[in-house]
Design a binder for this molecule. Structure first.
Ligand SMILES: Nc1ncnc2c1ncn2[C@@H]1O[C@H](COP(=O)(O)OP(=O)(O)OP(=O)(O)O)[C@@H](O)[C@H]1O
Ligand SMILES: [Mg+2]
Length: 198
């Protein structure tokens, strides 16, 4: 019953209760697992027939709990694409609304050490670095799994995702918990019990 068609360039918001199957779709699209029945198609082609490495190169992901690694901000963004130049890293940071705080609020700018698991950055800063890492891939498809904690009043986090979503002119699937994110989508799919119900 999980039937959903997404046109190229569209932003689709998935919403629904916890455990309804929203993150599962993000996993299926990246082929972390395959469906036991039915197919996922990209431009009409069953994704199981596509080269796995190529498929994943088309996709940028920001997970429900973004993970940063010990190292610099630049390294954490550049990690999104092998051989990314300094210019490309900065461009991605700008698109992710991260360039400002990197330059102004972090002691060493792009050379700032983020600490173990990014512990020296705030939640919202971590999320924006993770978004920049996804964007540096210049992905055809963006997958955003908004943290449930965005329900809390973490304003900087909220601003980041909303701004980026509205600027983004690429195919985007966003798992949204906040009305403002959902409202700005081209299409809204309500997931319940593993099905698209509305
Ligand atoms: N690897 C797995 N193997 C078996 N069942 C799983 C697996 N991952 C998730 N599930 C189950 O699939 C259902 C959907 O999980 P999913 O992570 O897609 O929910 P969700 O809609 O993203 O929820 P939340 O809003 O809490 O993030 C849940 O009942 C979950 O227990
Ligand atoms: Mg989830």
């Amino acid at each position: 019953g999980y039937s959903l068609e997404i046109a190229a360039g569209q932003v689709v918001a998935l919403c629904g209760p916890s455990g309804s199957g929203k993150s599962t779709i993000i996993g299926l699209l990246q082929r972390f697992y395959d469906p036991q029945a039915g197919t996922l198609m990209l431009d009409g082609v069953d994704i199981r027939t596509l080269n796995l490495r190529w498929l994943r190169q088309q996709i940028g992901v920001v997970g429900q709990e973004p993970v940063l690694f010990e190292g610099t901000v630049a390294e954490n963004i550049g990690y999104g694409r092998e051989g990314a130049t300094e210019g490309e890293i900065e461009e991605a940071a700008q698109q992710a609304n991260a360039h400002g705080f990197i330059i102004n609020d972090l002691g060493d700018g792009y050379a700032t050490q983020v600490g173990l698991r990014g512990g020296r950055l705030s939640g919202g800063q971590k999320q924006r670095v993770a978004i920049a890492r996804a964007l540096v891939r210049k992905p055809a498809i963006m997958l955003l799994d908004e943290a449930t904690s965005a329900l809390d009043n973490e304003s900087e986090k909220i601003a980041a995702l909303d701004e980026i979503m509205s600027k983004m002119k690429r195919t985007t699937i966003t798992i949204a918990h906040r009305l403002s994110t959902i409202r700005s989508a081209d299409k809204i799919a309500v997931i319940s019990g593993g099905q698209v119900v509305e």
